[in-house]
Design a protein around this ligand. Structure first.
Ligand code: NAD
Length: 487
């Protein structure tokens, strides 16, 4: 029998309180690990999107006018409260997104870190004074918040990615409406509640739960939404860009990746395999920056692949609350079907299957290693978003860089080498938003610019890059006594 928590309907978070959707609709939230019912969330439609935007518009000038020190205090207090609430947040991240305890801990710790980083940015909303061409002119440049920012988040890191898109626009004085993934609405509501308890005024952060094609679309189309921060798939990002274009909304899109990890032949193959396994298999590969294409110089390709296979076979799968567990389930049966299709397609095209290649249990897929040259198949071209490492042997560094750049996406890359000259050469020539020399492609840093080339997105988030994106520059000039020029 369902418990009262399982039967609970979590309302939309608007104006600092829970509200049912106006049409009364709800949707069930299930744990991907075993299908357990976690509760119900309000299923918002266009009318609810309108209410959220109205509330945000009212809250925006109040928040923007608060002295920076007050905004800073609230964000710092929220960071402490995230840490205090960590036990409950960990449970929600584990249950809702199928994360392991260690991945959930990373999300909670990093969210507190993001809040503190954003609090630091509040005091750095600097402007400029410009040397003017006119002798009697004082020229100032100031930064103003954009207004109402919509943050649309994906399922795979439901707390940290939502937080990243919320805290920096808030720091800059914007009001934010969060639209979390329909797979993970509850953690977003918990996060908003914490910010509220930390003193965030009502309406400054609203959370609208529901489906992308319903409330998500309504929010993107809404004329009173000024900017959009979106993290999700390239297909959805492109759709949002198209819808937002006529109103010229400010867009920041963080989209998919098909990230290369280069292993150069001076690297130790066993150590490199340890690093590559984290890059490829962390959270079952459901990470935008996961190292899904592993490009290895042929001198060490075989010993590297053998070490990666040993590592893959030794990974512990299963109990999400066991510290040793490497990863859990894929998010949905559709996600599992895609992974299977990619693997089968690569094998049919001639790839060797060195490890895995099948379901482990439920939605948990085995750590899988494919070995092949670049094959024009979805496993090489498209985001698999599963625990699949596609290992490609190449002749030399030139071929490795060419293979790395053989993608329409360009989010993140890694280069494993002890030769800094070759490492930096690769870093300069790989067309990605980030290149990490000495480690795999999945790295984050609160103040670093996160984003990608090509189909991986537009704009950068993180620290001052988010602040710059979600503020307007205004030039103010002051005439100091010049008489008007005759016509
Ligand atoms: P998704 O694109 O299916 O959904 C993302 C969000 O968009 C969800 O909240 C969804 O409800 C919403 N949405 C869907 N259609 C919409 C519409 N028409 N209008 C408005 N909103 C809409 O992505 P997902 O499956 O949740 O997440 C996985 C994807 O996210 C992967 O492609 C991954 O690479 C990407 N991702 C990118 C980054 C990055 O930093 N670049 C980080 C994490 C995940």
């Amino acid at each position: 029998m369902a418990t009262s928590e399982q039967m609970r309907v979590h309302g939309l978070w608007i104006d600092g309180a829970e509200h049912p959707a106006q049409a009364g609709a709800t949707f069930a939230v299930h744990a991907p690990m075993d299908g357990t019912l976690l509760g119900y969330a309000a299923r918002a439609q266009a009318a609810d999107a309108d209410s959220a935007v109205l509330s945000s518009r009212r809250a925006f000038p109040v928040w923007a006018a608060l002295p920076p020190a007050e905004r800073e205090r609230i964000l710092l207090r929220a960071a402490d409260k995230v840490e205090q609430a960590s036990a409950a947040l960990l449970d929600l991240v584990i249950d809702e997104s199928g994360s392991t305890i260690s991945k959930a801990r990373y999300e909670v710790t990093y969210t507190a870190n993001l809040l503190r980083a954003a609090a630091g940015e509040v005091r750095r909303l600097y402007g400029d004074t410009l040397p003017s061409e006119k002798p009697h002119r004082l020229s100032l440049v100031i930064r103003e918040p954009l207004g109402v920012v919509l943050a649309i988040s994906p399922f795979n890191a439901p707390l940290v990615l939502l937080a990243k898109m919320v805290v920096f626009p808030l720091a800059a004085g914007n009001a934010v409406i969060a639209k979390p993934s329909e797979e993970t609405p509850l953690i977003a509501l918990a996060f908003a509640q914490i910010l509220h308890e930390a003193g965030l005024p009502p309406g400054v952060l609203n959370v609208v739960t529901g489906y992308g094609g319903e409330c998500g679309l309504a929010l993107v189309q809404h004329p009173d939404v000024d900017g959009i921060a979106f993290t999700g798939s390239t297909a959805t990002g492109a759709k949002i860009a198209q819808i937002a274009a006529p109103a010229l909304k400010r867009l920041q899109l963080e989209l998919g990746g098909k990230n290369p990890l280069l292993v150069l032949d001076d690297a130790d193959p066993v150590q490199a395999a340890e690093v590559a396994a984290v890059g490829a298999f962390y959270h079952g590969g459901q990470i935008c920056m996961s190292s899904s294409r592993i490009i290895v110089e042929k001198g060490i390709a075989r010993p590297f692949a053998e070490a990666l296979v040993r590592k893959a076979r030794a990974l512990v799968l299963g109990d999400l609350r066991d510290e040793r567990t490497a990863y859990g389930p894929l998010i949905t049966p559709q996600a599992l079907e895609k992974v299977q299709r990619h693997v089968q397609g690569a094998i049919a095209a001639g790839a060797q299957l060195l490890a895995g290649g099948d379901v482990y249990n439920g939605l948990v897929y085995q750590p899988t290693v494919l070995y092949a040259p670049p094959l024009d198949t979805p496993a090489w071209r498209e985001e698999t978003f599963g625990p699949v490492a596609y290992v490609v042997p190449v002749d030399d560094l030139e071929a490795a860089i060419a293979a790395a750049n053989d993608s329409a996406m360009g989010l993140s890359a890694g280069v494993l080498t002890n030769d800094m000259q070759r490492g930096m050469n690769a870093a300069r020539r790989i067309r990605c938003g980030a290149v990490h020399v000495g480690t795999h492609s999945f790295q984050s840093d609160a103040l670093a610019p996160i984003g990608g080339f090509g189909l991986s997105g537009i704009g950068r988030s993180g620290g001052r890059y988010s602040i710059e994106h979600f503020t307007e520059l205004k030039w103010i000039s002051l005439e100091l006594g010049q008489t008007p020029r005759p016509f």
